[in-house]
Design a protein around this ligand. Structure first.
Ligand code: NAD
Length: 490
């Protein structure tokens, strides 16, 4: 396996690169080789304070929040263009630090977020209603006015390790488009793609202090989310940490947007075409080794199709090549760290203890002695009350649960503390849509949904999957305040 050696990089604060004030470096590992590929500074509280102060100055005194949207779009367009030029380099970084397979890195991890950024600049921003008229109430003496949408302020953006570039841009693009200034903290496992954003911002002429980037983990994140100089927090990560972030932000009444975990159901009705279903079911297990919040990991299948579907999944999982993610032939790479792999293994063990059966996998691949790999795994004999049906694995594990009829499928799907995504398969799209409307989740794909992530559709969840939405105009709205101005009717 090859790994990309990278120089040590610093923090990006107030338009300058700095090693920070601390002495601790965070090693960045390649999860497929376990090699240290870079070191970044662990931001100290003083570093975080300096980043927030820079963002505060840039918001309160700087040109960014008061620029016209078209002026902001020019600089953001230059950033998008520079990212497009560095796409190949970003793909290599993503494979090296996140362990993505080459195809996933090129498509969903790097290609899609650049496309969404371009969409934000070219479609969303020019047509967004930053001002709307308010009519008077005739006969009650209530005047007319306008509603303006103003940038929310200083935004702290905190992200997870699994899709680092996508998650960072899903926050950064709307935050900057809105006129906010930003402190970005990526996952300590995947800081390198975030630092490229600083280089690109600098080269595109983003005013100093508008984007600041700190590296670090819990301490830096906690400092940011409690900081009185921050107005809004947008967080992507686990619901356990999301709950803490919500409480930390509440102390100073910040707006908190949360994009959290999921345990999404893929519902296969009795008239579904299993040839079409199989690819989606496999994707729910093997995509990024199961490290995706919206992956469809609970496979709910009508009892009449259960045995046929299980035989097909098991028959195909044997052909999934697991190993070096930089090899274009590899279909599944590693988990991010050993601690994550052990967490998944312990949940697999709980499934066996609870009486479910492993139909495929469940172990570490025998042919790989380095890297945090695990076999793709399928459980059958699962009851929805088991831990393996209720908890997020964040590993390559699917669970199959049979159901009797559409009502039963909806009941099982909604019997979850999460509400992020879902899928429904049927030969009758109307019937599938009826089921989809009954699911308490933020997103549902019907018969495969036509492919990738639509930049014009909102991304986010119900229940413990979060609060708020990302992408397109929905994402942009999160970073804006509404101000009502009113004057007497003449
Ligand atoms: P995590 O919750 O462990 O960490 C996320 C981020 O929070 C990291 O940057 C971390 O340094 C920071 N952090 C940790 N403690 C903090 C604290 N007390 N205050 C502030 N920040 C703190 O998540 P993870 O392991 O990196 O990612 C996996 C989770 O993310 C899964 O649950 C997954 O479903 C979820 N996720 C959700 C979405 C979505 O859009 N809904 C997308 C990707 C991942």
């Amino acid at each position: 396996m090859t790994s990309t050696p990278l120089a040590t990089r610093g923090l990006y604060i107030d338009g300058a690169w700095t090693e920070g004030q601390g002495t601790t470096a965070v090693p960045v590992l390649n999860p497929a080789t376990e090699d240290v590929i870079a070191e970044v500074p662990e931001a100290t509280p003083a570093d975080v304070d300096a980043a927030v102060a820079a963002a505060r100055r840039a918001f309160d005194d700087g040109p960014w929040p008061t620029m016209k949207p078209a002026e902001r779009a020019k600089i953001l367009g230059a950033m998008a263009e520079k990212l497009t030029r560095r796409r190949a380099e970003l793909v290599e970084l993503n494979i090296a630090e996140a362990g993505s397979t080459r195809m996933l890195a090129d498509f969903l991890q790097v290609g899609t977020p650049i496309d969404h950024f371009v969409d934000m600049v070219e479609r969303v921003l020019p047509q967004f209603p930053f001002q709307a008229p308010v009519p008077p109430v005739i006969g009650h003496g209530i005047g007319q006015g306008i509603v303006t949408r103003e940038p929310y302020g200083v935004a702290a953006l905190i992200t997870a390790f699994n899709f680092p570039f996508l998650l960072n841009l899903a926050k950064l693009a709307p935050a900057l488009a809105a006129g906010c200034t930003v402190v970005l903290k990526s996952s300590p496992y995947t800081p390198l793609e975030a630092l490229v954003l600083g280089e690109v911002a600098e080269a595109a002429g983003l005013p100093p202090g508008t984007l600041n980037i700190v590296t670090g983990d819990v301490a830096a994140g906690e400092r940011l989310t409690r900081h009185p100089g921050v107005d809004l927090v947008s967080f992507t990560g686990s619901d356990a940490v999301g709950r803490k972030v919500y409480a930390q932000g509440a102390e100073s009444m910040k707006k908190v947007v949360l994009e959290l975990g999921g345990k999404s159901a893929n519902i296969i009705l009795d008239d579904a075409n299993l040839d079409a279903v199989l690819e989606s079911v496999l994707a729910g297990i093997i995509t990024h080794a199961g490290q995706g919040c919206a992956l469809l990991t609970r496979i709910l299948v009508h009892e009449s199709l259960h045995d046929d579907l299980v035989a097909r999944i098991v028959g195909t999982l044997g052909f999934i090549s697991v190993g070096d993610p930089s090899d274009p032939a590899t279909m599944m790479g590693p988990l991010i760290r050993d601690v994550q792999r052990r967490r998944v293994e312990s949940l697999i063990a709980s499934g066996v203890e609870d009486g479910a059966q492993i139909a495929f996998g469940g172990k570490r691949p025998a042919h790989l002695d380095r890297g945090f790999f695990l076999e793709p795994t399928l459980f059958v004999g699962v009851d929805n009350s088991m831990r393996i049906a209720q908890e997020e694995f964040f590993g390559p594990v699917g669970v199959v649960i049979p159901f009797r009829d559409d009502d039963d499928a909806v009941r099982i799907a909604n019997d979850s503390r999460y509400g992020l995504g879902g899928g429904v398969w049927s030969a009758d799209p109307q019937r599938a849509a009826t089921v989809a409307h009954r699911l308490r989740t933020g997103m549902v794909v019907i018969n495969g949904g036509g492919g990738g992530l639509n930049p014009a559709a909102p991304f986010g969840g119900y229940k413990n999957s979060g609060i708020g939405r990302e992408f397109g105009e929905y994402g942009l709205s999160e970073y804006l305040q509404h101000k009502a101005l009113q004057w007497p009717v003449k």
